[in-house]
Write a protein of this length. Structure first.
Length: 209
């Protein structure tokens, strides 16, 4: 069973307080989302495997640790997931980036794919799927299934704010995926927004509302 990690770091909690505020503007919202993503990434990469490598310092030879094996890929779910990419790249600059675009069918309320472009070797990479909000869980479940269908086996999901309903739905459909969450909120309201949440992350990131 994949683990669910809910962050309790004071810096993360402080920054989440900033993005929840209705009067936080686009520039500050975007910057803070990126900073939170970097802090989550720090925790989400804690279990990456290391190899010992012999090197030479200016003083002598010594053994150091380097990341072992699989390279990494960051896959944002469009469009709000884009806001988390730069923060993660500041820690893992060699990661490749893929993109998955989904929209909710207004009749069935089911996620529908409209775009998917992944690194050619994505199946051999440690994959981090990112989306600021885990509400119903429909989009994240669909995105992860798309990755599995393309051969990806080592998949992690990262979000900033999650509803209990979304966590449960994601665990039910992808019990092997680790989930990293900056804040677990109370519930989904009748229009499927997270409460207390922060509104529409995409609109606030890109100033479209």
């Amino acid at each position: 069973m994949g683990k669910v990690v809910i962050m309790d770091h004071p810096l993360i909690q402080h920054k989440i307080g900033l993005i929840r505020r209705i009067d936080t503007g686009t520039k500050d919202f975007r910057q803070t989302i990126s900073e939170i993503a970097m802090l989550i990434c720090y925790e989400a990469t804690r279990d990456l495997k290391l190899d010992e490598v012999e090197i030479e310092t200016p003083i002598c030879k010594t053994t150091v640790k380097e990341l072992k094996g699989k390279k990494m890929a960051i896959i944002p779910i469009l469009r709000a997931g884009l806001g988390m990419v730069d923060g993660m790249l500041s820690l893992i600059p060699a990661a490749k980036i893929g993109h998955i675009g989904l929209y909710r069918d207004p009749a069935t309320l089911e996620p529908v794919e409209y775009y998917c472009k992944l690194p050619a070797d994505c199946a051999e990479r440690e994959v981090f799927v990112v989306d600021p909000m885990l509400a119903t869980g429909g989009s994240s479940v669909a995105a992860i299934q798309m990755l599995k269908d393309k051969g990806c086996k080592s998949i992690h999901f990262m979000c900033i704010i999650a509803a209990p309903e979304g966590i449960e739905f994601l665990q039910k459909h992808h019990p092997d995926v680790d989930i990293y969450i900056a804040a677990k909120d109370a519930y989904l309201n009748d229009t499927k927004y997270i409460v207390p949440g922060l509104g529409d992350a995409g609109d606030r990131l890109f100033g479209t509302k």
